[in-house]
Design a protein around this ligand. Structure first.
Ligand SMILES: [Zn+2]
Length: 118
């Protein structure tokens, strides 16, 4: 399996932060674990997306849906469908902790509507 890096994720996902949609300088993009390491997540391609430093820090180890709801409350136009796409990759992981978390997080995000971008 190819090593996970900011460059490999830039190629897969493009330059935007998975949370707030901003496209910062490359040096300000970080590897963000969908299932945090503190919750058993691993550094493998299906468990990481790119995030800006601000979002990475602010989200901490909270579940995906908790941070999405906070951003939406703050009026940030989160790409919820993009996050669903990322979470679906967890369903195909060979690690059970990822598959289980992916299922749970997709269920919790099911009731979250993506905002209409202006
Ligand atoms: Zn961000």
């Amino acid at each position: 399996m190819a090593a996970v890096s900011v460059d490999s994720l830039l190629e897969r996902d493009g330059p935007a932060c998975a949370w707030c949609g901003r496209a910062p300088w490359r040096r300000d993009l970080t590897l963000e674990h969908l299932v945090p390491r503190a919750r058993g997540g691993h550094l493998v391609a299906e468990n990481v997306v790119l995030a800006c430093r601000g979002c990475n820090r602010r989200r901490g180890a909270r579940p995906v849906d908790a941070y999405v709801r906070e951003l939406l409350r703050d009026g940030v136009a989160v790409d919820v469908d993009g996050l669903r796409t990322a979470l679906r990759r967890l369903l195909a992981s060979d690690r059970r902790v990822h598959r289980d978390a992916g299922r749970r997080l997709l269920e919790r995000l099911a009731s979250v509507d993506a905002p209409v971008r202006p």
